[in-house]
Design a protein around this ligand. Structure first.
Ligand SMILES: Cc1cc2nc3c(=O)[nH]c(=O)nc-3n(C[C@H](O)[C@H](O)[C@H](O)COP(=O)(O)O)c2cc1C
Length: 199
């Protein structure tokens, strides 16, 4: 995480996989590295550090939302652009990501409009998969949830990394320079959109 002026866009990167060797985490970490290298302050968050139970209405009624949902929501509030990288599971996205979005969407702090943290940030999407489509189909579903479900603004530009098993070098960079440029372009657009939205 680099130092930021209050008017700078600040990007939060996280992945919809908590798996240790996750390709999507590697891509999210790389995104944060690329942002930092381009003077865009950024943070990588690992959802493994924010475990939450599966959403259950009775649990919520008894105990409220989990502390980790509050923590992650506050981290989102500290950033102006959110870059989500998610695996594709059966042509949709991961239950971990859906559960995380669901819990956070139900938190309404004092003085906040419903879903405020989603409606006042810009989102960008990426995916990585061992397969040939790179998890592209899951991104359509995430887009629907964020746009229709939470009212978020999601950039039309997105990035999908196919054959992720062979895509990274030992330093966590992509071997393919064109792919790196595509990812960088989405990150820069997210930063520009976040600046426009937040002034
Ligand atoms: C239940 C399940 C369903 C999957 N479905 C797809 C799929 O539809 N398309 C795809 O490209 N990969 C699919 N995969 C493979 C994942 O993309 C692969 O496991 C990937 O490495 C998971 O992301 P991660 O490395 O970030 O943990 C599926 C994996 C699981 C466990």
């Amino acid at each position: 995480m680099t130092a930021a002026n209050s008017s700078d866009p600040r990007l939060l990167f996280f992945a919809g996989s908590a798996r240790q060797g996750s390709f999507n985490k590697r891509l999210a970490k790389l995104g944060a590295m690329i942002a930092d290298a381009n003077s865009i302050p950024s943070t990588f968050a690992d959802l493994a550090d924010y475990p939450m139970p599966i959403y259950h209405g009775d649990l919520e009624a008894e105990e409220g939302q989990p502390e980790n949902a509050h923590k992650l929501k506050n981290l989102m509030k500290a950033h102006t652009g959110i870059f989500i990288v998610s695996p594709e599971y059966n042509a949709s996205f991961s239950p971990l990501l859906k559960n995380t979005i669901d819990w956070i969407s139900h938190i309404r702090d004092d003085g906040e409009a419903p879903l405020e943290v989603f409606r006042t940030r810009v989102f960008a999407l990426a995916s990585a998969s061992g397969g040939g489509l790179g998890g592209l189909r899951g991104l359509i579903q995430i887009r629907a949830v964020l746009e229709l479900g939470t009212g978020a603004l999601v950039l039309p530009e997105q990035f999908a990394l196919p054959r992720a098993r062979e895509a990274f070098d030992d330093n966590g960079h992509l071997k393919n320079k064109d792919q790196t440029e595509q990812l960088k372009s989405v990150i820069q657009k997210l930063a520009r959109a976040a600046r426009v939205l937040h002034g």
